[in-house]
Design a binder for this molecule. Structure first.
Ligand code: SF4
Length: 518
């Protein structure tokens, strides 16, 4: 069968300096589509290697919808073994990186080895080469990006020093934030990746089918109150969540105790009054959920505001904005940094599998409590993204105070979200559209038949492969847990979680996963 999206894998060995292109196995691409699925598949044979081992690769992938006119479809996914969690990890970034990778004829880039001295990987229309980067080493992310022509992804001093929170900043301002991949690049002495190829579009197999599927998707986007409504994230950015989550008891206070601050000093209204921001966003995104100040500064999103404002108890919006700017320039993940700051030390931070919990209190959502525990990436709200059903009531409302049936719900959400990640689509798209519409679009792009069940199967396979990778790294079911405090102390007027019911659902989740095969 024809590949989903024709393209090459570029293997770069920083130790030897070799750069070799090879066609991506069409079967592999068809089984995993792209993005997180393809990255996970390519990483599988390296399970067990130390995150900082030169042989442990970092894999950058795009999805089969990249280069189409579907908004929010051009994300780039970075997959590797996180030095923070020691698990497999995937992190994504919107912006021109994905379309430019496509412009270079690539669907995947796999980087291994360790350079003898700091270097840059440049990909241009003539091919690829490694360049010395001694003059950039030690510089902050902003200065590094400003000094480079083309679309780039760079690390800052934190990554160079292999700090576990090191992030990778990109030209469009949206970083690969979580998981510490900046530190992995630093361990390889790779300061950055620069693409000088320009973006590309992808050939559509069935243009009439594509136009019809796109029209259906656009209608759903436009009808989504969360995305494009007057109180949605186009209008206010994700900071619109501050008031909603405060009202639901999910906005955490200092180090996940009760919230006692004044969120009106840094909520959407405060941001609007103080900075008069414009919407900004990733490549070709009609939602544009970022907020950009008049001087071009990207303002903090919900996660960053709630991490510093809620978890750290900082009431000054200016101070939060400044802290975020410093984090981004030094190449530090602001969420991990704020969570550690709130706890006083990394050891005292509330984590799952080593990943500091983001600013969403699980006492307000049983689904979130379970999802933190089961995520193959550690304490991430994104693997299952139960905020959608438990707070936004999409695709269907679920009872956020009951554990009943949550094992199956979370397993299904993990699979569905993994499928979206294999398409390299922004997660917010799934607040408006279902896999059914995405399958129709994918079928039109590729000329192959795809249905909801196919995407769910591909998503499930990705999650299962991630769990297998983690098992090969020594993780067991005992690592699927939640910090004890959430079972013993109340917060924000919400009772502690029912530990017995949590453990019963966790066991049910384990049985569901065990009954599935790859
Ligand atoms: S909704 Fe926001 S995060 Fe998603 S693609 Fe658009 S700008 Fe990027």
């Amino acid at each position: 069968m024809a590949p989903v999206s024709a393209g090459y894998l570029l293997r770069v060995d920083l130790t030897t300096g070799s750069c070799v292109r090879e066609p991506v196995d069409p079967q592999l691409q068809q089984q995993h589509l792209g993005g997180r699925g393809l990255g996970t598949a390519l990483l599988q044979e390296y399970a067990g290697l130390d995150p900082f081992s030169p042989e442990m690769p970092l894999v950058l992938t795009i999805g089969p919808l990249c280069g189409t006119s579907l908004p929010m479809s051009s994300r780039c996914v970075l997959t590797g073994r996180s030095p923070l969690t020691n698990t497999i990890f995937s992190s994504s970034s919107g912006g021109p990186l994905g379309p430019c990778l496509l412009g270079a004829g690539l669907v995947a880039l796999l980087v291994q080895g360790r350079a003898a001295s700091p270097c840059l990987l440049e990909i241009n229309s003539n091919g690829e080469r490694l360049l010395p980067a001694d003059q950039l080493w030690g510089q902050g992310c902003q200065a590094s990006l400003a000094g480079l022509d083309g679309v780039a992804a760079v690390i800052g001093p934190a990554g160079e020093q292999m700090q576990q929170y090191g992030l990778i900043e990109t030209s469009n301002g949206e970083p690969f934030s979580r998981g510490g991949f900046g530190a992995v690049m630093g361990s390889k002495r790779l300061k950055g990746i620069v693409l000088k190829t320009g973006p590309a579009t992808v050939a559509i197999a069935d243009q009439a089918g594509f136009d019809k599927a796109l029209e259906d998707l656009m209608r759903l986007f436009r009808a989504s109150p969360f995305l494009l409504g007057p109180l949605g994230i186009r209008e206010h950015g994700t900071v619109a969540l501050v008031d909603l989550l405060k009202q639901r008891g999910m906005l955490p206070g200092r180090n996940f105790y009760s919230f006692e601050g004044d969120e009106t000093r840094w909520n959407a209204y405060a941001l609007q009054q103080q900075y008069h921001p414009e919407p900004g966003g990733c490549h070709d995104c009609l939602v544009a959920c970022k907020r950009v100040a008049s001087d071009g500064t990207e303002l903090p999103d919900y996660d960053q505001l709630a991490a510093f404002g809620g978890l750290c108890g900082i009431d000054s919006l200016e101070q939060i904005v400044e802290l975020c700017e410093q984090c981004h320039d030094q190449g530090v993940d602001p969420i991990s940094y704020a969570t550690e700051m709130a706890a006083g030390s990394r050891e005292a931070s509330l984590t799952v599998k080593g990943l500091e919990l983001p600013p969403y209190d699980p006492r307000a959502s049983t689904g979130l409590a379970l999802a933190y525990a089961t995520s193959p990436h550690g304490g991430s709200h994104l693997s299952a993204w139960p905020i959608a059903s438990e707070i936004l009531r999409k695709p269907v409302p679920t009872d956020r105070f009951s554990f009943d049936g949550k094992a199956r719900v979370i397993a299904m959400f993990e699979d569905a979200n993994a499928a979206v990640d294999c398409l390299s689509l922004c997660r917010f798209a799934s607040a408006a559209v279902e896999l059914e519409e995405l399958a129709a679009l994918l079928a039109a792009v590729t000329g192959q038949s795809y249905f909801t069940a196919d995407l769910l199967r591909i998503g499930r396979c990705t999650v299962q492969q991630e769990r297998l990778f983690n098992q090969q790294c020594g993780f067991t079911a005992a690592d699927d847990s939640l910090p004890q405090r959430f079972f013993t102390e109340s917060a924000n007027g919400l009772a502690p979680l029912d530990q017995q019911r949590f453990e019963q659902e966790l066991a049910a989740y384990g049985r569901i996963r065990a009954a599935q095969c790859l």
